[in-house]
Design a protein around this ligand. Sequence first.
Ligand code: COA
Length: 332
Amino acid sequence: MGYSKIVGLGHHVPETVITNEYLASIMDTSNEWIVERTGIHERRFIDPSKDTVANMAAKATRMALERAGLTEKDIDLIVFATITPDYFFPGSGVLLQRELGLEGIPAIDIRNACSGFIYALSVADQFIKNGTYKTALVVGAEIQSTALDLTTRGRSTAVIFGDGAGVAILQPSDKPGVLSTHLHSDGKYAEELYVRDPGSSRPRSERQPEQILDTSTYKVYMNGNQVFKHAIVRFTEVIQEALDANDMTKDDINLLIPHQANLRISQYIQQKMGLSDEQVYNNIMRYGNTTAASIPIAMSEAWAEGKIKENDVICLAAFGSGFTWASALIRW
Ligand code: COA
């Protein structure tokens, strides 16, 4: 069995920039509080008359295809990670397949939240390695803004999340490639970071729109302290797991691209693992936490900035709702 290799990266973020100052003008928060606790300065919110999860993903795909010298018709598999699909069902994978005009190809939906992109990458990697498909499109795309409570009641999550899309295109290769992927979950903590509804296991009366009085269960709930505590442990564990599996040490990492959860989490991992500033990529300052989209957006930007070069070792790592956590080690 050979390897899969990333041959193209692309991303798209909505035009509208939402600054901390704007949020401070509509709820009881401040630029200082947000920057100090999260590192975020601004994020992008969609315009619902223009943007969808699928069409942002399509724009990111076109960027990646152009960079790779490929066309839509080359794609024979879509693996789409999102927890904010355009419809409750079907998932956004088929909407992207329709948008790209790729009739008949499979579209797999992955819903592992912030770890979703690495889960999706691992699925595509298997299919490419075993020869089933030749050009896999791996997507992370999210619209978080429309589920946020932009009042003081929702401030602990409203200041963190943003919208955007990123993709990677995978093809077979004799040389590495994706070296390994490592996936984990612990459902004990499912309710520490979740959107409860529209859940199916409810009395029928609670799912009939005309009877829903309390809509708070449709918003993001997050136990921030609990998430933070688990994230810093799992991130470092799963990065070390990827290094051990490939007989490497932290010095072999040219660039760590952590899921952009919170700048303080990235800084903690960097310090704990003894990585230099050049070894860690962060763009949460500009986009906030875009869940499954954060890693491919960051990877696409890092590549465009010349921070990912031939033969480099790139480490991806994520932690999020589930809880789930994951890593991937890639030789570029
Ligand atoms: N602006 C101003 N004050 C805020 C606020 C906001 N946006 N959000 C919360 N506060 C207040 C709280 O109400 C609380 O006030 P109180 O002390 O009077 O009760 C105070 O700030 C401290 O809240 P707390 O939740 O303890 O803050 P924190 O230091 O834990 O920071 C997070 C909150 C969310 C930034 C932090 O827990 C965190 O980063 N967690 C990880 C979240 C994450 O990464 N999620 C994504 C995972 S994929």
